[in-house]
Write a protein that binds this ligand. Structure first.
Ligand code: 5GP
Length: 192
């Protein structure tokens, strides 16, 4: 998606070797008009797919997922991060290792919002090692729902998550695939 790639080139900030900061339009301040274009693009890519729920993970996925859902005309569920142990049987739960914080946490979704018969699109801001998307996919599986695919705004294609999850058969559509990052020279994209 050219508009998104231009924005990343202009406003993205590379930290170290593997972190891209996009706080000015995606992760802190949010450009909702850009989000609308992102929503249209996911709708185009998943055209013809039956989708009745969008599932994302708090916190940074929520804003994007809400705008995207307007194009799919369906509700958004966000998996909550929790450190609570021994959670009661009313929730699906799985573990995610955080890329940005380096620790493992549980994510939960209430059983009343996800179940057999649901056709689910996962949405997230970044795909790096794939732990977040994999944790969400596990919740969908545990719920007996159908996993239609994953819509990712920025995939860091030099990290292993995308390849691993595609190899497992998950359809992933990433709107910008970063091939390399450098603090001085910026980013290059996989399809440039
Ligand atoms: P993964 O689970 O695929 O390793 O990482 C995905 C999650 O980590 C995303 O939900 C995102 O919040 C965060 N993340 C991973 N890499 C980056 C990055 O380069 N920049 C930002 N801002 N977040 C990232």
């Amino acid at each position: 998606m050219e508009l998104l790639k231009e924005r990343i080139r202009r406003d993205g900030k590379v930290k170290g070797t593997d972190v891209l900061k996009v706080d000015s339009f995606l992760n802190h301040q949010m450009d909702v008009e850009l989000f609308a274009e992102i929503g249209k693009e996911f709708k185009r890519r998943f055209a013809g797919c039956e989708i009745n729920k969008i599932l994302t993970i708090e916190a940074s996925g929520i804003g994007i997922a809400c705008v995207v859902a307007q194009y799919f005309h369906c509700p958004v569920i966000f998996a909550k991060k929790t450190q609570t142990k021994n959670i009661a049987g009313e929730v699906y739960t799985s573990k995610v290792e955080s890329f940005t914080h380096g620790r493992v946490y549980d994510i939960i979704v209430a059983k009343e919002f996800l179940g057999p018969g649901d056709k689910v699109l996962l949405i997230d801001d970044f795909l790096a090692n794939g732990a977040a998307l994999e944790g969400l996919a596990q919740l969908v599986k545990d719920a007996g729902a159908e996993l239609v695919g994953g819509g990712i705004v920025i995939e860091k294609a030099f990290q292993p998550g995308g390849d691993r999850l595609r190899a497992k058969g998950l359809r992933i559509e990433a709107l910008a695939r970063v091939q390399s990052m450098n603090e001085e020279t910026g980013v290059t994209f996989a399809d440039d």
